[in-house]
Design a protein around this ligand. Structure first.
Ligand SMILES: Cc1cc2nc3c(=O)[nH]c(=O)nc-3n(C[C@H](O)[C@H](O)[C@H](O)COP(=O)(O)OP(=O)(O)OC[C@H]3O[C@@H](n4cnc5c(N)ncnc54)[C@H](O)[C@@H]3O)c2cc1C
Length: 475
């Protein structure tokens, strides 16, 4: 089923570009329908894109990219079933979770009990501090009805509705810094309400690591005849007068002529495609989304010392550059004494602190690296008040900057002035009459989620390749 070579040019029916979950999923589904020659091209040497599990020690998985699955992520849950991959309900020990802001560490339980004194040194009422980001946003929404709604740019709009101290608390406590940015206020607030504060959902993770999902998809697609090529960056895409599409790659690869093309790529990757990026509709598409910068890291320790502070899976949030911290290694084993890991998620300004402190190609920072001293200092500051003794020295750490090429950010948000519905529809076929389709998380109504990436791929497959939906017939 591999493409044929004609005079130095390779031919294929469908070329899929991008080996993240959207591209792999499209390849697997299309190959399952049979009858087409399909080639998938991935720029890097690793498949999975923004799904990236580390396996630093036997039985230990650490997610540098996507981790959580929500109970309403129907496509992803069905996909896991089809691939035979088990999910695990995320344990809720929220009361034990820590918040460290302006020099003070409090557990969620302590914040919940605060009645008279403010938990943290912000000029924000006790009630709003206890209620957290969700309550602050509800306050903004109530006030917005007296003004012009929540249209316009998010940062400037929210700043009219909340005080500077409330804005600072919102960003620091939520662990996200985009509240002050000039993205599309309406769209991003709707998204935040759905994605961040809809509290009653059950969350799951994949104990064998999220990368198992993309690895299994790649293997299944390959078994069905998809030709997968890594280290194959698409550089340009041309449509000739007769409508034929030619893809040009780096690394002296021969050009590929394709009957149709699925670009399962984030914004920065589409922006880099010579020829294609100059088309007016593609420029409109690019203007509709902003990539949001995030730095993540895995910090390895000789044991899961955080269990001594009474928590295993709870999250810690701080205004220090550590941002949000997850804990890996003690999930299924209360008595677990082996190696453990903290995973940091630092966005916006918090993430900027780490830029330039990472090593290329995912290399580990050794224990004597200057960045390790910073990590150690911050971890001690956040956790020490809840521990009898200081945390052990970290063994090593890996820092990953998702703002770097070819991702541009960890996730995307609708840009100011964009019309999300129109842009999401345009992505499915940005060039009138040409069988080129753009999909992936960036162009989805469910940005920042794997489910969004899958939904856009489903839309392309259903509308333009006539495949029945994966969930068709499922009640
Ligand atoms: C830190 C972090 C935490 C996250 N947490 C969650 C979570 O808990 N739950 C959740 O559901 N989602 C989460 N997400 C989001 C989720 O990871 C993404 O929505 C999803 O993986 C995006 O998939 P995609 O296929 O659209 O894009 P990508 O994964 O970005 O795939 C695009 C692929 O295209 C390749 N590429 C780029 N340029 C070219 C080119 N020119 N030629 C060929 N190939 C190219 C890239 O190398 C990449 O492999 C998180 C993401 C990050 C980074």
């Amino acid at each position: 089923m591999a493409g044929t070579s004609l005079g130095g040019q390779v031919e294929t029916d469908v070329a899929i570009v991008g080996g993240g979950i959207a591209g792999l999923y499209a390849a697997w589904r299309l190959a399952g329908a049979g009858g087409r020659r399909i080639k998938l091209f991935e720029a890097s040497g690793r498949l999975g894109g923004r799904i990236h599990t580390l396996y630093p020690a036997p039985g230990l998985t650490v997610e540098l990219g996507a981790q959580s699955i929500r109970d309403d992520h129907h496509l992803l849950i069905r996909l896991l079933q089809d691939l035979g991959i088990a999910m695990r309900a995320e344990q809720k020990d929220d009361g034990a979770g820590l918040v460290h802001l302006r020099g003070r560490t409090r557990s969620h339980a302590e914040i919940g009990k605060a009645r008279l004194r403010r938990p943290f040194a912000y000029d924000v009422t006790v009630s709003l501090q206890r209620g957290g980001p969700g309550r602050l946003l509800r306050k903004a929404q109530r006030k917005a009805t007296d003004f012009e709604g929540l249209a316009g740019e998010l940062g400037p709009r929210l700043s009219q509705l909340l005080s500077p101290q409330e804005m600072a608390y919102l960003a620091d406590r939520s662990g996200y810094g985009f509240w002050t940015s000039p993205v599309n206020a309406d769209a991003v607030l709707g998204w935040a309400e759905q994605s961040l504060f809809k509290g009653s959902h059950q969350m799951f993770d994949v104990p064998s690591g999220m990368s198992c999902v993309t690895d299994a998809l790649a293997a299944a697609a390959h078994d069905k005849g998809v030709d997968i090529a890594t280290d194959c960056p698409l550089l340009d895409l041309a449509i000739d007068a007769g409508g034929a599409i030619t893809l040009g790659f780096g690394g002296r690869r021969p050009p590929v002529r394709a009957g149709s093309v699925i670009l399962a790529l984030p914004k920065v990757a589409i922006a880099g495609l010579g020829g294609f990026n100059r088309l007016d509709t593609v420029r409109a598409l690019l203007a509709a989304v902003d990539a949001w910068p995030v730095v993540t890291s895995a910090i390895l320790y000789p044991d899961c010392w955080w269990t001594h502070a009474g928590f295993r899976t709870a999250i810690a949030v701080t205004d220090l550059p550590l941002g949000m911290v997850r804990h890996f290694g003690a999930e299924d084993r209360p008595q677990h004494r082996g190696i453990g890991a903290l995973a940091m998620f630092a966005d916006g300004e918090r993430g900027a602190f780490w830029r330039g402190r990472s090593l290329p190609d995912g290399a580990w920072l050794a224990s004597d690296d200057p960045a390790m001293a910073e990590i150690r200092r911050m971890v001690e500051t956040v956790y020490r008040p809840k521990l009898r003794r200081a945390p052990p020295l970290p063994l090593k750490a890996m820092i990953r900057d998702w703002a770097a090429a070819p991702f541009g950010g960890a996730f995307h948000l609708w840009a100011a002035g964009s019309k999300p519905d129109e842009a999401a529809a345009l992505a499915l076929r940005p060039v009138a009459g040409a069988p080129i389709h753009v999909c992936g998380e960036a162009w989805s109504p469910r940005q920042a989620w794997i489910e969004g990436a899958l939904e856009t791929a489903e839309s392309v497959l259903h509308r333009y390749f006539r495949l029945p939906g994966l969930l068709d017939g499922i009640p």
